[in-house]
Design a protein around this ligand. Structure first.
Ligand code: CA
Length: 240
């Protein structure tokens, strides 16, 4: 098994120590940064497979670090929050984290989430999973190219982090069909996903903000109450 590199960004020494021991024991290679500026430097030096990112950091907050990483990379990012009131922010609009844990957390729980995220991104890279074909898809004005990890809306490119891209890919590949919440979570996060299902909803919300004409009145990704989501095929219109 290959040794994945985890960049741990954490300023509290006791957490750093526990994570170094716990993650190394699980077979990960651990790199550490103890403030936000150092995190960005280490990120470009180390090119980690996953970033574990504390929200409250000296010099530059975890949220700013996440935003900056997202400008150039779709690396899986797990945010670490100290209070649940921060969750909406970190997995919310425009920050771009893939998952979060709330302090205090168990290393065992964290490792399960790390493995789930790494497995999805590794499978994507090696093409082991055929969730939806690798062919480029276009539904109405929204186009997605898996090979180039590229999405355009009305020919304008939009930047999507890994999980949002995967959710959209699955929805587009199944346009016109209802996908249940369970299917979406299992296919995108893995069947052993241990987080709560709110993560799916915030990913949908972020996607809507990027691909809907009016995110408040979604016409592309529609909610099917009590069931899940559906990507609506556009009605045949002469101007499309
Ligand atoms: Ca901290």
């Amino acid at each position: 098994m290959s040794h994945h590199t985890i960049l741990v960004v954490e300023d509290e020494a006791s957490f750093v120590e526990a994570l170094q021991i716990g993650l190394t024991r699980e077979g990960f290679h651990v790199e550490v940064a103890t403030d936000g500026v150092q995190a960005l430097e280490r990120f470009s030096d180390v090119q980690p497979d996953l970033v574990l990112l504390d929200v409250m950091l000296p010099r530059l907050s975890g949220i700013d670090v996440c935003r900056q990483i997202r400008q150039t990379s779709s690396v899986p990012i797990i945010m670490v929050t100290a209070k649940s009131s921060e969750i909406d922010t970190v997995v919310g609009l425009e920050v771009g984290a893939d998952d979060y844990v709330t302090k205090p957390y168990r290393v065992r729980e964290l490792v399960a989430r790390i493995r789930a995220l790494l497995r999805r991104s590794t499978m994507d890279a090696t093409g082991e999973v055929e969730r939806s074909s690798d062919a480029a898809i276009r539904v109405g004005e929204v186009a997605l190219d898996p090979d180039e990890h590229r999405v355009t809306v009305a020919e304008v490119e939009v930047s999507l982090p890994l999980k949002e891209f995967e959710v959209l890919h699955l929805l587009l590949a199944n346009a016109g069909r209802v996908l249940t919440r369970e299917t979406l979570i299992e296919r995108v996060w893995g069947h052993d996903y241990v987080g709560d299902t709110k993560t799916l909803d915030v990913h949908i919300k972020r996607l809507r903000s990027k691909i809907e004409v009016d995110p408040a009145v979604p016409e592309r990704i529609v909610t099917i109450r009590g069931l899940g989501y559906k990507y609506e095929r556009p009605a045949a219109r002469p101007d499309r």
